[in-house]
Design a protein around this ligand. Structure first.
Ligand code: SF4
Length: 282
């Protein structure tokens, strides 16, 4: 039986992107190839806010402090917090997922597989989970990815199979690609991977989603979109405000909405910030 290191598993409302407002189960896997220490910082500076948190003081995600700079899900990849993320077999994960649903069975809920970077280490394990009898009624799945991880041939074939027109029961697969701009602190050549994202489009629906704080970020997003388009990507583009905490989020959500209108791109809110204060488990 396959096993996955699970950072968080919870039921909430999807706050971002295509499925904004849809009741969703979030499976947050452990591990990421990035650090994103630049979010919320002046250009060129890196946050050490999460580094100052003493992991030994915490025994579960719900009590972890929120950060206003850097990656807001730092504990889902920082090895210092790995003791908070158990390795679970796919039976246990499927049981826990269905247990979070209000009717203990799939109805209109959607599954979000997020991270960390969910396509980094667990592609081999997902078919066991998604084929589990308890997952049988699940119709829509989103992978929230940073768009840097190629799909293995086996996993690609598996996902494509769910969308064959002659299947009695099809599944809609979405890749929500939050490609990292320089404001994340990551290098352009590592973060902007048009060939990888183009491949996701051949497997399901894919869209780009950028976190924007300033006009400089918007310029970076324009350049990135040009590169993705040149690589053959045809899907929609969303931009959304920076800010894992309300104070920062409210500073720029209207400005980002106006940028989206100017560009003819889609605006994505981050409903989890005003609704739930972006607490862990929301
Ligand atoms: S890619 Fe996402 S999970 Fe990974 S460090 Fe960046 S913001 Fe955090």
């Amino acid at each position: 039986m396959s096993k996955i290191k699970v950072a968080e598993l919870f039921y909430s409302i999807q706050g971002e992107g295509r499925y904004m407002g849809v009741p969703s189960v979030f499976l947050r896997t452990f591990g990421c190839n990035f650090f994103c220490r630049g979010f919320g910082m002046p250009r060129g500076e890196l946050s050490d806010e999460a580094n100052k948190i003493d992991p030994d003081l915490y025994t579960d995600y719900k009590t972890l402090p929120l950060v206003s700079t850097g990656c807001d899900s730092y504990a889902s990849w920082d090895p210092r917090f790995k003791h908070l993320s158990p390795v679970l077999d796919t039976d246990a994960i499927a049981d826990s997922i269905v247990d979070t649903l209000p009717h203990k069975e799939w109805r209109d809920e959607h599954l979000v597989i997020t991270g960390g970077e969910p396509l980094l280490g667990w592609q081999k394990q997902y078919p066991d989970l998604l084929d589990h009898p308890k997952m049988a009624g699940l119709k829509e799945i989103t992978f929230e990815t940073n768009g840097t991880q190629k799909l293995s041939e086996e996993f690609k074939e598996y996902l494509v199979m769910w969308q064959m027109p002659n299947l009695d029961f099809a599944r809609e697969i979405t890749f929500s690609v939050s490609a990292k701009l320089p404001c994340s602190g990551e290098k352009w050549e590592d973060a902007i991977c048009p060939a990888v994202v183009r491949e996701y489009e051949g497997v399901g629906t894919a869209y780009l989603k950028f976190v924007i704080a300033t006009e400089e970020d918007l310029k970076d997003a324009e350049r990135a979109v040009e590169e993705f388009r040149a690589g053959g990507f045809t899907g929609p583009v969303y931009i959304m405000p920076v800010g894992g905490v309300e104070r920062v989020y409210h500073l720029n959500n209207r400005a980002v909405a106006e940028m989206a209108m100017r560009k003819g791109w889609r605006y994505s809110d981050r409903l989890q910030v005003p609704l739930f204060k972006n607490e862990w488990g929301t």
